[in-house]
Design a protein. Structure first.
Length: 346
């Protein structure tokens, strides 16, 4: 069984702080008595209770939800720990206080009422402290489960978004391939080869939420080659990926919807076509990805940055990085420009 010694040290330090608080409270009600003895007794009793409970939680099977023995076992463990804390801690406290003469010249004055009060304080403090540790352990367990559930939900959501995007591109490509087979079989064969390469890369990417930026650019090149066969000289493109950013992880299928948006809304409506430029660069602790086209821009009937692909990218970035990532989209008379900023250590 693996023991989390760091967690046990944290529990010990919190127990010590709690013991000082109890001793200070006792002294506040009886300021005429020395402060040192309540501190000694409180520490020895509290540390004994902590040792019995933490040791018992290691030896006795405990529930995952709380880290404590389930059912009545937890109550028995606390009761035994408080009893042991009172017996062992009090005896050790007597020994320490007498050895160092902490009560001063008047010695110790301990009546039956004081004894009952000390027992009551030990019971209340031990019960409250045990319940606090129990509640904290349960809260931490629930928080861990919530984080796991959120992570699994985010992963499932990303997979769903990818399945939504993939058919969107595939249907367009298959329609183009069907039209090309009848008029230019050689180009159709070339297009099919690029499509196979693209599907192979897509299959590899589907096995992970993210992949290296070089793989993203490789998929993008296959896609652009498919489009270049269909559009011919009306489509030119540039891919600029610095070598130092090649292994930076990014969400799979991140850039293609932007390029597809540029082709559909920017270059295809333009008689002479145009150019698409895809660049990656580093800005401090962020990696910036840009897709810019020389299409119709504000003169066309674009979607104003609210299309299907752009919406899915924003949702994916929010799922993966929250407010640390962003997508900015703008158009002007010279074309469209999309800019994605991601944390570099994604």
């Amino acid at each position: 069984m693996r023991i989390d010694w760091l967690a046990k040290l944290r529990n010990l330090l919190q127990t010590v702080a709690f013991c000082f608080a109890v001793a200070t409270l006792q002294y506040a009600f009886s300021p005429e008595r020395p402060y040192a003895p309540p501190v000694v007794y409180s520490l020895l009793i509290g540390v004994t209770i902590w040792a019995v409970i933490d040791l018992g939680r290691v030896l006795i099977p405990s529930a995952r939800e709380t880290g404590w023995p389930p059912g009545g076992g937890g109550f028995v463990l606390v009761a035994v720990a408080i009893a042991a804390g009172w017996i062992v801690g009090s005896r050790l406290g007597d020994l320490v206080c007498s050895s160092f003469d902490l009560y001063g010249p008047h010695g110790r004055v301990h009546s039956a009422a004081d004894l009952r009060s000390d027992i009551l304080i030990t019971f209340i403090a031990g019960t409250v402290g045990s319940y606090w540790f129990y509640a904290r352990n349960k809260s931490e367990y629930l928080a861990r489960r919530m984080r796991e559930a959120e992570r699994h939900a985010s992963e499932a959501r990303l997979k769903l978004l990818e399945t939504q995007l993939e058919p969107h591109m595939m249907f367009n490509t298959l329609a183009n391939l069907r039209a090309l087979i009848g008029v230019d079989p050689a180009r159709a064969q070339e297009m099919l080869d690029h499509m196979i390469a693209y599907l192979r890369a897509t299959l590899d990417a589907s096995r992970a939420t993210s992949h290296p930026l070089r793989a993203e650019f490789g998929r993008l090149q296959d896609y652009l080659e498919l489009m270049a066969i269909r559009m011919g000289p009306r489509l030119a493109y540039t891919l600029d990926l610095p070598q130092e950013l090649a292994e930076v992880p990014v969400p799979a299928l991140l850039l293609q919807p932007l390029v597809e948006n540029s082709i559909k809304h920017g270059l295809e409506p333009k008689v002479e076509g145009g150019r698409i430029e895809v660049r990656a660069r580093r800005e401090g602790d962020r990696v910036v990805l840009e897709v810019q086209d020389s299409g119709v821009g504000t003169n066309g009937e674009g979607n104003g940055g609210k299309g299907f692909g752009l919406l899915q990218i924003r949702e994916r970035l929010a799922s993966l990085h929250g407010g640390l990532a962003s997508l900015d989209f703008s158009t002007d008379a010279h074309g469209a420009h999309a800019r994605i900023a991601l944390p570099l250590a994604a």
